[in-house]
Design a protein around this ligand. Structure first.
Ligand code: NAG
Ligand code: NAG
Ligand code: NAG
Ligand code: NAG
Length: 640
């Protein structure tokens, strides 16, 4: 994110200003943030040169953040009288804006070290920004900066080692500071599912970071003859009792998020529709370009083709699907935060922030959009599906906490945020587990949870399959691709505590089916458990590069659930109700107990273990089970 070459070029002579006299006074300091390990592949190459200028950004603690769960439950718990009374974006921004006291305390602490004129408050009010040399920052934060190198790509990144300190009276007012421990860099962002191209596709091993691609499908059939080998739209409709004609499509919104240079291919889309949904031939998603989002000529197309073809095919010809395409054709370090910047005004200052010289100003002085300025450039859809993930260990805890709070804000505003849980069972992306020092390691034996699956304010979607020889009316099993060793990710977060809404379901599981593993292998301390629910992940017939191939992974499960939830929103909007927003408190409630097809077969191996098992009730493989659309619709139409 902060490649050193760029820092040097940009800022080489920046701080030649008159020296500012630093008056040191003794204060008690403690680690504000600390990490034991850096993400896999990165090693410290050398101490950072003391005169490199760092664009230091201090994330100010937001007001009322400790109340965010209460606020969110108030609008999304089925027993709440305010169910569905979502907040406006400006109410969200107002509620969480850092207080004046916070700004003053942090500013005066910085002003002890640098000329106050160098410090500025971001437009959104969430950050204090100051350019400081490595030497200055090291003294301010009691740390040492290193230039880290990435083994594979040779990329360089400046970060501090171990942790950094803040005085006690400042610490409470700061979320975290960048650049310090973050490695939120592109190469780490994984498509949720993996590719291992089979012999027929070329290399035997292949890349490990995209959806799992099987053989080209022979004798393409559009029906439900063999849903284990050829999963089609028709199979999904039977599996989840999903047949729906939208009534309020013009009021409803649903979208998938893709990270460039991944991109969908239009001709493949027509090939897919030609085979599976003829009336949609020629249809395209509505492109919502974020940070220069384009349909690149580079990159991969399995993920984007899968997500768009199934989301569009399932919602059908009446409902437009938005494609949030994040990042331009060249920059490959776009992250979830870049997307969040764009869809939430209160967050837009996160990475670099909006600049009136660069970004659009509203109301538009040239006569375009005349709404109030929202800082973000895109409106969140009511349902947003993402099939990419990190592992928790790749990101600093405070960074994840802050991003997670942002998902809660989307929930407050009425958006359902879905993420695929991952494809490596109890292991992390790339089949990596943790060693006893907390490092990702091929020989690690400790379970490695994905992110943001562990964030309690998103809905995590795991994977299932139709068993060989079974019909789509028979119960599914947990997705287990034994040949490629790919399994539905699930487990227990190492960062986030268990939210109230899932406590009784998870406790029941732990009591009735205690996992047979020592407590140092999985987090048994009462953590957020995932996934929340699941859907088919096996052998989706997807058109890619001119042929229909079998593509697998929880990457497929997330848009499938997204399409179903979007239809429920349509039903509610059609009778004047609000969209369903953050669904977790609802789906775990007793009211919805029989609205899911409970999955009780299969498991999610990894880290040299058999993983967890799918059992009656919630489990850390398939969550509550797969959706039954007809039942869910009926129950959700009955909620206020
Ligand atoms: C830091 O330096 C950059 C590059 O010169 C400049 O664009 C930015 O405004 C500076 N930030 C602050 C807070 O002074
Ligand atoms: C379907 O999935 C199974 C594994 O779950 C795999 O063995 C089989 O080869 C796949 N079929 C195709 C056509 O790729
Ligand atoms: C269906 O897919 C096949 C590739 O498997 C393709 O040759 C054919 O043209 C497609 N059918 C239509 C109607 O698009
Ligand atoms: C287990 O999860 C909790 C959060 O619920 C966290 O505080 C703790 O550090 C985790 N333990 C390990 C060993 O990572």
């Amino acid at each position: 994110m902060f490649p050193i070459t760029r820092l040097l070029v940009l800022y080489s002579t920046l701080l030649a200003a008159a020296p500012y006299v630093v008056v040191a006074s003794p204060v008690s300091k403690a680690y504000h943030e600390f990490r034991r390990s850096v993400p896999t592949g990165w090693t410290p190459a050398r101490r950072a040169e003391p005169d490199i200028v760092l664009p230091l950004r201090v994330g100010l603690a937001q007001s009322n953040l400790h109340n965010i769960e209460t606020y969110l439950l108030d609008v999304s718990h089925p027993d709440s009288p305010n169910y569905g009374n979502h907040w406006t974006a400006s109410r969200v921004a107002e509620t969480f804006r850092p207080s004046d006291e916070t700004v003053d305390i942090v500013r005066s602490w910085l002003a002890d070290s640098v000329d106050p004129r160098r410090i500025s408050l971001s437009r959104g009010g969430g950050w204090l920004e100051v350019n400081m040399t490595v030497d200055e920052v090291e003294r301010l934060l009691g740390t040492e900066y290193y230039v880290y190198e990435h083994g594979d790509s040779g990329a360089e990144h400046v970060a501090c080692k171990g942790g950094y300190e803040l005085p006690g009276h400042v610490s409470n007012h700061v979320d975290f500071i960048t650049p310090t421990l973050q490695f939120d860099v592109g190469p780490r962002l994984k498509r949720s599912s993996k590719v291992r191209r089979r012999a027929s596709m070329g290399s035997k091993t292949g890349s490990k970071s995209s959806p799992l691609i099987g053989k080209p499908v022979q004798n393409v059939q559009s029906g439900t003859l063999n849903c284990n080998e050829q999963l089609t739209l028709a199979c999904l409709r039977i599996l989840y009792d999903f047949n729906y004609v939208p009534l309020a499509a013009n009021k409803n919104t649903v979208g998938v998020v893709e990270y460039s240079p991944d991109h969908y291919i239009a001709s493949d889309m027509d090939l897919f529709f030609g085979n599976f949904s003829k009336s949609q031939v020629g249809e395209r998603p509505t492109l919502v370009a974020i940070d220069g989002g384009v349909l690149s000529e580079f990159g991969d197309s399995y993920e984007s083709n899968l997500d768009t073809q199934y989301m569009m095919g399932l919602v059908g010809p009446k409902q437009k699907v938005q494609l949030f395409q994040v990042g331009d054709a060249i920059e490959d370090s776009v992250s979830f935060n870049n997307f969040l910047d764009a869809i939430d005004g209160s967050y837009c200052t996160f990475e670099g922030g909006d600049d009136p010289d660069i970004d659009a100003v509203y109301p538009d002085p040239y006569g375009g959009y005349q709404g109030t300025e929202n800082c973000g450039t895109a409106t969140p859809a009511f349902v947003i599906s993402t099939s990419y993930s990190y592992t928790e260990v790749e990101l600093p805890p405070a960074y994840m906490q802050r991003q997670c709070a942002e998902y809660a804000k989307l929930g407050l505003m009425g958006t359902t945020v879905l993420y695929s849980s991952g494809d490596y069972g109890v292991a992390g992306n790339g089949d990596l587990c943790l060693d006893s020092n907390g490092y990702e390691d091929y020989f690690g034996t400790i379970f490695n949870p994905t992110f943001p699956a562990g964030c309690p304010y998103i809905t995590s979607v795991g994977g299932t399959q139709v068993d060989p020889g079974a019909t789509p009316t028979e119960p599914e099993s947990a997705w287990m691709d034994l040949i490629d060793e790919a399994y539905s990710s699930g487990g227990f977060s190492n960062v986030f505590a268990i939210p109230d809404y899932q406590k009784s379901s998870v406790e029941k599981y732990l009591q009735e089916y205690p996992p047979p593993y020592a407590s140092d292998v999985w987090n048994s301390s009462g953590s957020r458990a995932f996934p929340d629910l699941s859907a088919n992940a096996n052998n989706f017939s997807v058109a890619v590069f001119g042929e229909i191939v079998a593509v697998s992974g929880t990457s497929a499960s997330s848009p499938t659930v997204g399409a179903i939830l979007s239809a429920i929103n349509d039903g509610r909007l059609a009778i004047g109700k609000r969209p369903i927003g953050f669904i977790n408190p609802v789906i775990y409630s007793p009211l919805f107990r029989d609205a899911f097809n409970d999955i009780t077969k299969g498991s999610n191996p990894g880290c040299g273990t058999a993983g967890f098992s799918a059992v009656p009730g919630w489990d850390p493989v398939t969550g509550l089970g797969t959706p039954n659309f007809r039942k869910l619709l009926e129950k959700w139409l009955a909620l206020p």
